[in-house]
Design a protein around this ligand. Structure first.
Ligand code: COA
Length: 165
């Protein structure tokens, strides 16, 4: 099966919601991370989809803006979702790498993630760089991490991460 990565389109939204419900459950909106997403538009230019040769959605990676204590806004990675029967075949890795390339090309100095450390640390995310940054609520069993494209950018910051309203 040939799967291509494409920019997210407005017509993809219903399929993306369904895929994310399948992967994360419909109670996902009670999680702290949704304080950054509810009522706020995603970074549309960064969001991407994976589609099969028939144009069916099989993967999605989205990014939301969050505001740092210095007033700047950077992307919060996720959610990332791959259709269950295609998981474990490298599509998540492709989406992550393409997503990182896009964020870097757009000129952001860093990005943040709330996710599983065993999965994301191999992609460069670290808890050390965000040790002085706080979220508005608990995220366990997931972990808050950061990835710097400009070395030292996150680690010199301290304070609260807030929704980009
Ligand atoms: C997590 C998810 C996006 C990964 O996508 P995928 O296409 O299955 O992942 P890949 O096949 O590209 O795997 C990439 C690497 O991560 C590893 N990996 C995959 N899923 C993992 C997981 N759940 N935990 C830890 N490592 C994982 C793979 O072993 C692989 O490493 P390798 O290349 O060294 O072998 C997908 O499984 C999914 O949608 N899961 C449900 C939603 C979810 O849990 N999202 C992430 C929440 S933090």
């Amino acid at each position: 099966m040939t799967i291509t990565l494409q920019a997210e389109n407005i017509t993809d939204k219903a399929d993306i919601t369904q895929l994310i419900d399948t992967c994360f459950g419909t109670d996902r909106k009670t999680r702290t991370v949704y304080q950054f997403r509810d009522g706020i538009d995603a970074y549309e230019k960064l969001c991407m989809t994976a589609k099969d040769e028939n144009g069916n959605l099989v993967g999605s990676l989205r990014f939301w803006p969050v505001t740092l204590p210095n007033g700047e806004t950077i992307p919060l990675f996720g959610p990332l979702a791959v259709q269950p029967d295609l998981q474990g075949q490298g599509l998540g890795r492709r989406l992550i790498q393409a997503g990182h390339d896009q964020v870097k090309a757009a000129g952001y100095p860093a990005m943040l993630i709330i996710g599983r450390p065993d999965y994301y640390k191999p992609f460069g995310y670290s808890e050390d760089v965000i040790s002085n940054l706080q979220l508005p609520g608990p995220v366990a069993p997931l972990t808050f991490m950061g990835l710097e494209f400009k070395e030292g950018y996150l680690s010199k910051l301290s304070g609260q991460i807030t929704a980009a309203r």
